[in-house]
Design a protein around this ligand. Structure first.
Ligand SMILES: Nc1ncnc2c1ncn2[C@@H]1O[C@H](COP(=O)(O)OP(=O)(O)OP(=O)(O)O)[C@@H](O)[C@H]1O
Length: 245
């Protein structure tokens, strides 16, 4: 599914990731954790082919993506949905139009769009807001729309880059349950997060990265003990305690 083999990426003298070898299988749910500057974004940007590796091999769904000719990149990105901390919805389009747009740009037929968009809005629990604009939605609702948009073209991998970073604890947990549901339907999920409570409660595979190297890879892991100045209140507060499965 996603296979890194001895991958190194530097930015001048700064190390992004160094000699990383890791495999994420189809259907996995993986957290990628590590302190600020560890190399998490570099890892994601290499998968999306926004940047090129200096060394090593990266395979996505069995296809070598290093040195992939540019004409194959749109197809590669279609297989990889992404959601961000700040949602990035189009402000002048409705919920329905935001999701439909992701299909229009890959030339999906109007008939398929009319069938598929309501289905995915229902899946993420946002059907009743189809005619609303992003500014009329709560943060959690906006993230649901962003997730709908990311999965509407049936990607094999969904990358979630701090998807709960702008959400209150209850809403964050609802989004985690939605991601889990999407994973159960077969989509591989790779989630970057600084939210210790979420990682600890979900009990999924945890890949920890530090200074560009993988320092831990636990099948059913926890966030770990390193200090991260960006999440002190979450670490101290135990905010998800009421949701223990
Ligand atoms: N465009 C760039 N130019 C120079 N150095 C960069 C660039 N992008 C990343 N780096 C460096 O590469 C290293 C890894 O950065 P990366 O953004 O991958 O970390 P991260 O784990 O995503 O951090 P954060 O949690 O803060 O987003 C850091 O030392 C960073 O300063």
């Amino acid at each position: 599914m996603i296979a890194f083999n001895n991958v190194t990426k530097s930015y001048g003298t700064n190390i992004g990731i160094q000699d990383v070898t890791v495999q994420i299988d189809k259907g996995d749910f993986v957290f990628l954790v590590g302190p600020s500057g560890a190399g998490k974004s570099t890892f994601i940007r290499l998968i999306l082919k926004e940047i090129e590796a200096d060394k090593g091999s990266i395979k996505l769904n069995g296809m070598e993506i290093t040195n992939l000719p540019n004409r194959f990149i749109p197809k590669l990105r279609r297989n990889t949905g992404i959601v961000f901390q700040d949602f990035r919805l189009l402000p002048k389009k409705t919920v329905y139009e935001n999701v439909a747009f992701a299909m229009e740009i890959i030339h999906t037929t109007p008939r398929t769009i009319r069938r598929q968009v309501p289905q995915v809005l229902s899946l993420v629990g946002i059907s009743s807001k189809a005619g609303k604009y992003p500014h009329e939605l709560s943060a959690g609702e906006q993230q649901r729309v962003a997730i709908a948009r990311a999965i509407v073209n049936n990607p094999t991998v969904l990358i979630a880059d701090e998807p709960t970073g702008n959400l209150d604890p209850d809403t964050a947990w609802e989004i985690m349950k939605l991601l889990e549901q999407i994973n159960i339907r077969g989509t591989t999920i790779l989630m970057v997060t600084h939210a210790k409570d979420i990682v600890d409660k979900m009990e999924k595979r945890v890949i920890a990265i530090d200074k560009g190297r993988i320092v831990r890879d636990d099948a059913s892991g926890s966030y770990g003990a390193y200090e991260d100045e960006r999440t002190p209140c979450v670490r101290a507060g135990g905010v998800f305690d009421s949701h223990v499965k």
